[in-house]
Design a protein around this ligand. Structure first.
Ligand code: FAD
Ligand code: NAP
Length: 338
């Protein structure tokens, strides 16, 4: 049975750098650890929260329960001709897996370079960037059912993936712990370079026939130039989701704001760039006490050093209200609030 610690600091375990404690804290290195933890009396009395890299979380107070940090490691590969199945433990650092795949010529996740966090969290919000989402390469995952201690396999259909969504964030929230994920990759790249920033950077580097390694490097360079590094400025990436609205809603918005940044979304809907909406409300680079928005991307809320989670949350409410007032569009938080 792994050691359960009491009153454990989470300051270095969440990328916002919020200074809070967990009443109880334990690390799981194997599925058997989860079995032992979930049979222990503490679990019967406490709320349980699974922690990966803490890069999609905002703690507004101390966590009055048990935090289980996922540390299950390992990468396994099965290859048949050009098809490659890569299985990784939930605790593997996501970007280490991306680097491993790029180095071995396994294509499919190069656009997801430098996303912080763990493999186990990758299906939770169906992570995505630069036109690629986990659902595009997801083959299956293994998950520990907290109520029974049994491990079950989820197919892509069973995960109910949507835009930054899955069943694990919704109807199955708290019921399963992802222990490993299998991705279906390929040695024959099908490059996705349609995001303007990628094309512009490829052009700037004079790369006409990019490899997956070029794409990974270009994505890394764009991200480093645009996003704050959580090691120096606490943040959890995009704080809000890009709103997906109906065509009718969009038409009326477009009449008032013809310059509105938008992209087509499935089912005849329209995706708005939340960062643009926030910027138009005058929030880009704003400092509000110890919190604020990032100077290069208004969608990213930051901790200037000593912000409390509550302060960041209240600032996010201000943004939601202002965007609602100006554009009649509802911003939803992407970051998980605890
Ligand atoms: P955590 O923050 O630790 O957890 C997130 C949620 O998942 C919590 O509810 C937690 O309980 C649950 N969870 C974690 N692991 C498991 C598990 N094994 N089983 C069950 N539940 C689990 N996201 C994107 O989609 N695209 C981006 O481009 C992107 N860029 C980012 C850039 C920066 C600078 C930062 C700080 C964040 C960014 N994010 C992005 C958000 C974040 O990195 C991802 O959502 C990531 O997948 C979170 O992983 P994590 O391990 O840190 O999860
Ligand atoms: P950006 O390039 O400034 O674009 C703004 C928004 O417009 C993005 O959010 C993106 O939506 C959308 N967009 C841009 N080009 C598009 C295209 N060709 N087709 C469809 N949608 C398009 O965005 P950014 O902030 O620098 O982020 C770049 C990428 O990294 C985005 O994919 C973003 O999701 C991802 N990212 C995510 C997080 C996070 O925490 N979730 C943090 C940083 C970066 P999408 O977001 O739907 O792609």
């Amino acid at each position: 049975m792994p050691l359960i610690k009491e009153n454990h600091s989470l300051k270095n375990l969440n990328t916002f750098g919020i200074d809070v404690n967990a009443k109880y804290f334990v690390e799981a290195h194997h599925v058997e650890d989860l079995q032992a933890i979930f049979e222990s009396p503490i679990v019967k009395e406490q709320a349980v929260l699974i922690l990966g890299g803490g890069s999609n979380m905002l703690f507004t107070k101390d966590y009055e329960g048990l935090i289980v940090r996922m540390n299950i490691l390992g990468i396994e590969v099965e290859q048949q001709d050009t098809e490659v199945w890569v299985t990784a433990g939930a605790g593997e650092v996501w970007n280490n897996l991306v680097s491993y795949c790029v180095e071995h010529g396994f294509a499919g996740i190069e656009n997801l370079t430098l996303i912080p966090g763990t493999v186990g969290a990758s299906p939770i919000q169906n992570i995505g960037a630069y036109g690629v989402e986990i659902k595009d390469v997801f083959a299956s995952c293994e998950a520990f059912e907290t109520a029974t201690g049994l491990v079950r396999t989820f197919s892509p259909e069973e995960c109910g993936f949507g835009y930054r969504e899955s069943v694990f964030k919704n109807e199955l929230k708290g019921k399963y712990i992802i222990t490993s994920v299998t991705y279906k990759l390929s040695t024959k790249p099908n490059l996705k370079t349609h995001y303007g920033a990628i094309n512009a950077e490829l052009e700037r580097r004079n790369i006409q026939q990019p490899s997956i390694s070029d794409i990974s490097e270009v994505v890394a360079a764009i991200r480093v130039s645009k996003l704050p590094d959580p090691k120096t400025i606490g943040n959890a990436g995009s704080f809000f989701k890009n709103p997906i609205i109906t065509k009718a809603q969009f038409d009326s918005l477009f009449q008032k704001f013809p310059e509105v940044a938008h992209y087509p979304a499935p089912n005849n809907k329209v995706k708005l760039a939340a960062g643009w909406l926030i910027e138009q409300c005058g929030f880009k680079g704003v400092v509000d006490g110890q919190t604020g928005t990032w100077k290069n991307q208004a969608l990213v809320l930051v901790n200037h050093g000593h912000a409390t989670g509550d302060e960041v949350y209240r600032f996010s409410e201000k943004i939601i209200d202002t965007v609602q007032h100006k554009f009649a569009v509802n911003l939803e938080r992407e970051v998980n609030i605890f």
